[in-house]
Design a protein around this ligand. Structure first.
Ligand code: MN
Length: 230
C-alpha cells in the first residue's frame, strides 16, 4: 500500500476532558482510516477501471495501470501540490482523501496531553504576526466558527517563518497552494459533535488545551529549514 494510517501518538483518552475518548477512537480509527483506504484505492486505478467501457478497458488497461503505478510512488505532499496534473478520473478522490490523510496526520501530531505554552522562535513569531497568543486564538477561533459546513482552520507558515490564519472547506489543505500548516483544527462535526453537539465555538475554545506546543515548535523550525513534510 502506498499510504498507511499513522498510529495515534498517545492514548485515545489522553486529550480528556477537552476531546473525549470515543470521539478520538471514531475520528482516528474510522474517519482517518477511510481517507487512507480510499486514497490507496484511487491510486491503484480502481476508479479509472470502473469508469471505462469494456472496449476502453482492454485498450487502456496497461496505460491506466502504468500511470497509477507511477503515482503510487509519490509522497502525499507531492500529490497534493500537483493536483492539476493528475488524471481527471482520480483528481477529486485524491483531493478529498489525500487532503484528509494529510490534514489528520498533522492534526494528531500537533495535539497531546500537557502541551505547555509556546516558547522560543515560534513564540516570537506569534508575537510579531498576531500580537500574542490570545490574539491569535481569537482570530483562529473566529475563522473556525465562520467556516460554513465542513472544513479546517489553519495557522500557515511560509519558508521565512511568517504566520497567517486561513480556513479551508472540506479536506482542502494549504499544501494544495504550496504552503504548509503550522497547526490546524478540524471543524467537521465528527470532530466535536459527541461532546459539544452544535456548540462549535465551545469546542474551538477548549481545543487549545489539547495542543502540543513542543511539537508545534519543532514544526516551525522544520518549516524554516525547508524540511516540513505535511
Ligand atoms: Mn476529521
Amino acid at each position: 500500500m502506498a499510504h498507511a494510517l499513522p498510529p495515534l501518538p498517545y492514548d485515545y483518552n489522553a486529550l480528556e476532558p477537552h476531546i473525549d475518548e470515543q470521539t478520538m477512537r471514531i475520528h482516528h480509527d474510522k474517519h482517518h482510516a477511510a481517507y487512507v483506504n480510499n486514497l490507496n484505492a484511487a491510486l491503484e486505478g480502481l476508479d479509472d477501471l470502473l469508469a471505462l467501457s469494456v472496449e476502453e478497458l482492454i485498450g487502456d488497461l496497461n496505460k491506466a495501470l502504468e500511470g497509477h503505478a507511477d503515482l503510487q510512488s509519490k509522497s502525499i505532499e507531492a500529490l497534493l501540490q500537483s493536483l492539476d496534473s493528475l488524471p481527471e478520473s482520480i483528481r477529486t478522490a485524491v483531493r478529498n482523501n489525500g487532503g484528509g490523510h494529510a490534514n489528520h496526520t498533522m492534526f494528531w501530531q500537533i495535539m497531546g496531553p500537557n502541551g505547555g505554552a509556546p516558547d522560543g522562535d515560534v513564540a516570537g513569531a506569534i508575537q510579531r504576526d498576531f500580537g500574542g497568543l490570545p490574539a491569535l486564538q481569537d482570530r483562529f477561533n473566529d475563522a473556525g466558527a465562520k467556516q460554513f459546513g465542513s472544513g479546517w482552520v489553519f495557522v500557515t507558515v511560509d519558508g521565512t517563518g511568517k504566520l497567517a490564519i486561513e480556513s479551508k472547506p472540506n479536506q482542502d489543505t494549504p499544501l494544495m497552494d504550496g504552503k504548509h500548516a503550522l497547526l490546524g483544527n478540524d471543524v467537521w462535526e465528527h470532530a466535536y459533535y459527541l461532546k459539544y453537539e452544535n456548540r462549535r465555538p465551545d469546542y474551538l475554545k477548549a481545543w487549545w488545551n489539547a495542543v502540543n506546543w513542543k511539537a508545534i515548535g519543532q514544526r516551525y523550525a522544520a518549516a524554516k529549514a525547508g524540511t516540513l513534510q505535511i
